[in-house]
Unconditional design. Structure first.
Length: 242
C-alpha cells in the first residue's frame, strides 16, 4: 500500500496473509462446511512434503502458509460468494495446484519411483485433480520456438492463456486465486522484478479473463485492486530513479 504524507510518497509494507495448518483445516470445516477427511488430509500431507522448506520471493515467508493455504481459502470464499456447492474435489485441487512444479521434492520416494510421480499422483488423488495441476504447471521455456527468451516467453504465455480460456470452472477459480495471491505478495516487495511482469500480464489477460464467461466479478475487483497497487509501486519506483 502507498500513502501520501506531506506531499511525500511513503511505502507501507503490509503483512502478507500467513495461515497455519490448524487454522487452515478449521477454515475448511467452518467455511466450506466440509469434513476434513483422509482425502483432504492426504493432500495436505503431500503438499507439506513437496513444498517443505520452500520460501517465497522475500526469502523468508513459507510457500505453504502464504500461498497454498491462502489460495485454497480464497477458492472456498469464491464458491460461497458464487453460491456454488462445495466438494472436496476443488479443495484438494487447490491444495495440490503447485505440486507438479516441485514434484522432484516428493519425499515418498518408494511410492513415487515405483511407477513415476505422475502416475502416483493420479492414482492417489484421481485423474481430475491431476489434470488441474497439469494444466496449471508452467512448461519449460526451452520447448518453445523463438530466437530469444523473450519470444519464447511470449509464445508460452499465449499457449497458457489459450489453455486457461478453455478450462473448467474449478481450474479457472484456482488460477485466479493463485494469481491474486502472487500479485498481493509481490506488492509487499517494492522493486521486485516480477512487479512489471504481473502488471503486463494483468493488462494482457487476467483482468479480461475474470469477466469472460463464466464471469467471476469478485476476482475482477480483487485483481483490479492488486493491479492498481502494483501500478502505484511501479510509478513510485520510476519517480525515485528519474
Amino acid at each position: 500500500m502507498i500513502i501520501f504524507f506531506n506531499d511525500r510518497v511513503v511505502t507501507v509494507i503490509q503483512m502478507i496473509e500467513s495461515v497455519k495448518k490448524n487454522e487452515f483445516l478449521s477454515f475448511i470445516e467452518k467455511e466450506a462446511k466440509i469434513h476434513v477427511d483422509s482425502y483432504i488430509e492426504s493432500a495436505v500431507h503431500l503438499a507439506e512434503e513437496v513444498h517443505s522448506g520452500v520460501k517465497r520471493e522475500d526469502g523468508t515467508s513459507s510457500f505453504l502458509e502464504t500461498h497454498i493455504f491462502p489460495v485454497t481459502m480464497n477458492v472456498i470464499r469464491h464458491y460461497k460468494w458464487a453460491n456454488k456447492p462445495m466438494t472436496t474435489i476443488p479443495i484438494v485441487s487447490a491444495i495440490l495446484h503447485d505440486v507438479m512444479e516441485d514434484n522432484d521434492r516428493i519425499l515418498d520416494l518408494h511410492a513415487s519411483k515405483s511407477y513415476g510421480f505422475d502416475a502416483y499422483f493420479s492414482h492417489k488423488f484421481g485423474d481430475y485433480v491431476y489434470k488441474v495441476s497439469s494444466i496449471l504447471k508452467t512448461k519449460p521455456l526451452e520447448i518453445y520456438s523463438g530466437l530469444t527468451d523473450k519470444e519464447r516467453e511470449l509464445e508460452r504465455f499465449r499457449e497458457y492463456c489459450n489453455v486457461l480460456t478453455r478450462s473448467d470452472y474449478d481450474t479457472k477459480t484456482i488460477k485466479l486465486a493463485d494469481r491474486l495471491n502472487n500479485m498481493r505478495f509481490i506488492s509487499k516487495i517494492p522493486g521486485h522484478e516480477k512487479i512489471m511482469r504481473y502488471i503486463q500480464e494483468a493488462e494482457d489477460f487476467y483482468l479480461a479473463y475474470t469477466i469472460i464467461e463464466p464471469r467471476m466479478d469478485d476476482f475482477y475487483l480483487e485483481i483490479r485492486e492488486a493491479y492498481e497497487d502494483l501500478k502505484k509501486l511501479a510509478k513510485e519506483k520510476a519517480k525515485i530513479t528519474a
